[in-house]
Design a binder for this molecule. Sequence first.
Ligand SMILES: [Zn+2]
Length: 409
Amino acid sequence: MSRLNRDQLVQLAKSEIKEISAGELKKRLDAGEDLTLVDVRERDEFVQGHLPDAVFIPRGFLELQIEQHQPDRDQPVVVYCAGGTRSALAARNLKEMGYKNVISMIGGFNGWKNAGLPFKVPTVLTKEQSIRYSRHTLLNDVGEAGQIKLLESKILLIGAGGLGSPAAMYLAAAGVGTIGIVDFDTVDVSNLQRQIIHGTKDVGRPKVDSATDRIHDMNPDVKVIGHREPITSANALNIIRQYDVVINGSDNFPTRYLVNDACHFLGKPLVDASIFMFEGQATVYQPADHAHGIEGGPCYRCLYPDPPPPGEVPSCSEAGVLGVLPGIVGSIQAIEAIKLIIGIGESLVGRLLMIDTLDMSFRTLKIGRNPDCPVCGDHPTVTELIDYEQFCGFPSHKEQAQEHELVPA
Ligand SMILES: [Zn+2]
């Protein structure tokens, strides 16, 4: 039996197989040739990027798995590794299995990439992400696929205040890939009793900056886009358009109407909530999208077609709020957003969750689409965004429930 050293073995392999340059392979692929591309590198190499349409079979599994991808031994198979050596050996193994047309790419993936040819970064979790999100991926309803959906998702928060703080932190921890934050305010000492994303050291800083730092500290996977401006009819559509789901954490009527209308016009689900003293409420407004089988539900204007006149509602600065309450309600908003992104469970579409923390009761009431709604009704009268005069307030939940004769869901 002959004894070969490493170089001799590689040379022998190369003499028995065909090799192809990256440029030549690209030409053949562009010409539409049906080539089975096999990436034989290890997982941590593959996740950094691979040729578009390549199948991933680490060399250790090549002989065991190749037939699943290309059972026909007459068809051409192109294997590549990082630099062209492992793939030469792999190609020789395939030849031994009877594959007649096996080609190894010279220079491997590095050569391909250095030639400026297109590659794809695959949607698989990195080793670090697999550990970070393991309590998610262990859930059958989430799994690696659900986690990847979160990593690829974009969620917009209106406000980095009481509701936005817990929502942003849990979404960041959960691995939502892009979090947008609309807020033009700066951190005030009186915010710190409930706006837990900000710290004492942040007093005087823009809330967007403070929130961004905290999010990056929690999870460097998350990209934060700060919109440090008031949301108005002039920018609402352009901002909201960039996101998959919107979470409203604002405490004033003009923004609530503006965001409701913009989300309806753009077909974006809106996770809405509000808090007042010891009580909170949350729901999801989901515009119908029949092309994608989404039935949808009511919007904010189905319940409140127009804002009350300024002066008829209490000012927010006068009303207190229990500091923990936004932690509960904002966290519920984060859960609803995550459910919408992954596509699991029953969302709060068509249901209004009402929480009273004094008797610790959670009730859900049915809310239906109003055919006379000025925005989503059968004959809409509001067809463009409106900037209402800035005012504040929050009617009592109990009065709302009575006014609309809502029934338990
Ligand atoms: Zn409506």
